[in-house]
Design a protein around this ligand. Structure first.
Ligand code: SF4
Length: 385
């Protein structure tokens, strides 16, 4: 493997489960967390020797601790995982190390210790900046904690501070959301991830919706919110380089997430994590106790895998391109797959350009803001030759 790879470590624990969450999360007590860390060490050990050959000679330049809530683990537990990773894999000294953190865990002391462990990028799960919205979302922190943790993270010396926000909340209007963006702009993080609330079947929110007690935000309103988000953040100095991601400067863009969007290799560790190399994608079993039992028994925790054809990879590349400001680079994709992805979609491309959804710049097709708002639809209608 010549291309630098990414390493993802999944922590399944959360202190409480949010009513909109459909991830495989667990509350887990102290003993469970110890068991998790021991199993993760074992998985790292097992994986290092036999990653289906894919990562044996890999060099990693990004490491991402996600979840769940990685900050639910103690600094000692995070340190033990880090030592095991560094002792096992070839990780660049200049690698980007990201940790996802919930505001209630972000004391000045914890932040300083995460920095000492080598994390240089922090992703803060603020989700909202006012108490009414935080209560609606079932979060454990309040608005003051949201604001303070951004400042504290900066003081602790993280190279890049990112915040997560959720919008299109039922019962919260566009004015409320724009005020939130202005407020977050004043806090000045380097990077933002803004996600529309999705109501999943089987979650408490899903049950409330099915019972008619929660009205999901309509499609038109969501599209308007999407465009308004990108416009307001652009005014505040944040470029929307992907559908949900915004950065002040090129250097603040997530190097790790870019690997997912560009078919670069990544190795996932922990329950429900995904891995990708070449044309293969595989994923671990999601319930953490099943994953832990497999690892402890010396078995593979891999739940499934797929081998993608050129056609599938090309279609994915087009879809991911339509979700990024940089767009679809047809010349690069033709070099990679021997097929021009635009060759079968000339009529659609012309129509989308006329509709103001795409800009054609030589052989690069860049989605406009209105195009990015419809990225999934355009990808669904794209015809490959
Ligand atoms: S903190 Fe995140 S991962 Fe945990 S329950 Fe809430 S939404 Fe799910």
């Amino acid at each position: 493997m010549t291309e630098a790879a990414g390493l993802y470590v999944h922590t399944p624990f959360c202190s409480a489960v949010c009513p909109y969450c459909d991830f495989a999360v667990a509350r887990g007590g102290g003993a469970d967390r110890e068991r998790f860390v021991a199993a993760l060490s074992r998985e790292i050990e097992n994986r290092s020797g036999r990653n289906e050959g894919a990562f044996e000679s890999a060099r990693f330049d990004t490491v991402y601790f996600g979840g769940g809530t990685p900050s639910a683990l103690s600094v000692e537990q995070l340190g033990a995982i880090r030592r095991r990773l560094v002792g096992t894999f070839a990780i660049d000294p200049e690698a980007e190390w990201t940790i996802e953190v919930n505001p209630e865990d972000a004391s000045a002391e914890s932040l300083a210790r995460w920095r000492e462990l080598g994390f240089d990028r922090i992703s803060l799960g603020l989700q909202a900046l006012d108490d009414r919205a935080l209560r609606f979302l079932g979060r454990r922190h309040d608005a003051a904690a949201s604001r303070e943790c951004v400042e504290r993270a900066r003081e602790a010396g993280f190279r890049s501070v990112s915040v997560d926000l959720i919008y299109s909340l039922p019962g919260f209007d566009a004015g409320w959301w724009l005020e939130t963006l202005d407020e977050v702009g004043a806090l000045g993080p380097d990077h933002l991830s803004c996600y529309e609330l999705t109501i999943h079947h089987g979650t408490p929110f899903g049950r409330r919706r099915d019972a008619g007690r929660l009205r999901e935000t309509g499609e038109d309103e969501r599209a308007a919110n999407f465009v308004a988000t990108h416009r307001r953040l652009a005014e505040l100095g944040y470029e929307g380089y992907e559908v949900s991601n915004f950065a002040r400067r090129e250097a603040d863009r997530s190097r790790h997430n870019r690997k997912y969007w560009r078919h670069q290799p990544y190795l996932g560790l922990g329950p429900s994590s995904h891995s990708f190399a070449g044309r293969r994608r595989w994923w671990n079993v999601a319930p953490w106790k099943d994953w832990s039992a497999a690892v402890a028994g010396g078995d593979s925790p891999v739940a499934g895998c797929e081998k993608l054809t050129d056609h599938q990879l090309l279609l994915e590349a087009v879809m991911m391109g339509l979700r990024q400001r940089s767009g679809v680079d047809c010349a690069a994709l033709e070099r990679r797959f021997g097929t021009d992805p635009a060759a079968g979609a000339a009529g659609q491309i012309e129509a989308w350009e006329k509709a103001g959804w795409l800009r054609v710049r030589g052989r690069r097709l860049e989605p406009t803001l209105e195009g990015m708002a419809r990225a999934d639809r355009l990808a669904g209608e794209w015809r490959l030759p």
